[in-house]
Design a binder for this molecule. Structure first.
Ligand code: PAF
Length: 304
């Protein structure tokens, strides 16, 4: 871990979203000796001085942190958004009066569709998109388990690595600036779209999709997703999609997908930003998407 320079010390990051990933990234910053402010929802975790509990295997760490709600005070120059896809735009809008004119906003959320909308709505802000394979689950408010180390990619189309990325490089996690971030987002979207809705609909662990009859449904979905992504100019993101999906299924065979967990917990799913986004893209290009449409409708129905 590199020691941060004084310029880096002047940057204060706010993290919006106190769920598993928001709390985990808060702990990464705090572990690296970088104070942050965590912004939770109104009426949820409260405000003021608080302690974040991080568990990794059997070891437990406790970090003091500053907790806020969106209506607290303080101008925000650097913001990391870690909410569910369906909450990103409303959560950012809620915080908008506090953001500096040219704020840096990093969004680490699943799915696609909200990126264009955010950039259009707030053209002066510098948006960066991210994906992570860090594993985490929240035991209780401000208590998070780091379930597995992964890799985090950040990037903004056509933008070289900015100076603030040094903050992220000092976190002691695997993290890199990705110049082809749209391809990376599409790659993750394609994998999630082939796995998550089927596991939610059949209420099964990921590994069940490796066996017939569900493996045949995965194959059909992969074919359709490949056609849609290719029509959008994202053929590179879906090269070998069936093999990639297979390898994710093998590696996470015992896991419950995030969508299945959402359904089981009675939370809104991210289907509109996964297969829902594919259906919209397909429509734009005149590509047929019957299987994705079916997934979209069935999961919406299930969540209802
Ligand atoms: O969304 C998820 O749950 C995961 O990204 C994965 C690996 C596709 C399914 O468990």
């Amino acid at each position: 871990m590199q020691s941060p320079s004084s310029a880096e010390h002047r940057r204060h990051w706010y993290i919006l979203g106190a769920g598993a990933i928001g709390s985990l990234f808060a702990s990464f910053f705090l572990e690296a000796g970088r104070p942050i402010t965590l912004i939770g929802r109104r009426g949820r975790q409260g405000r003021g001085k608080a302690t974040l509990r991080l568990q990794r295997g059997d070891s437990v760490h406790r970090y003091p942190l500053n907790l806020q709600t969106p209506d607290s005070d303080g101008r925000i120059d650097y913001l990391l958004v870690c909410t569910k896809a369906g909450e990103v735009e409303a959560a950012v809008a809620d915080l908008a009066p506090r953001l500096a004119k040219h704020a840096t906003v990093v969004v680490l959320a699943n799915g696609m569709g909200y990126q264009e909308r955010l950039q259009r709505r707030w053209p002066a802000w510098r948006f960066t998109w991210g994906i992570t394979t860090e594993g985490a689950w929240r035991e209780a408010p401000l208590a998070v388990h780091h379930a597995g180390s992964g890799e985090t990619l950040l990037g903004s189309p056509g933008q070289a690595m900015p100076g603030w990325f040094a903050d992220w490089q000092s976190l002691g996690i695997r993290c890199r600036w990705e110049t082809e971030i749209l391809t990376a987002l599409w790659r993750k979207l394609a994998i999630n779209c082939a796995i998550n809705p089927l596991t939610a609909l059949h209420q099964c662990a990921n590994g069940t999709l490796l066996q017939p009859p569900l493996s045949l449904e995965v194959a059909t979905l992969c074919e359709e997703i490949t056609a849609i992504a290719s029509a959008e100019g994202q053929a590179a993101a879906v090269a070998d999609l069936p093999a990639r999906v297979d390898s994710v299924l093998q590696g996470t065979a015992a896991n419950r997908s995030s969508m299945l967990q959402d359904v089981m917990a009675g939370r809104a799913t991210e289907i509109d930003f996964l297969n829902g986004h594919l259906v919209e893209v397909a429509l734009r290009h005149g590509v047929k998407a019957p299987r994705n449409r079916e997934m979209l409708q069935a999961v919406r129905e299930l969540a209802r």
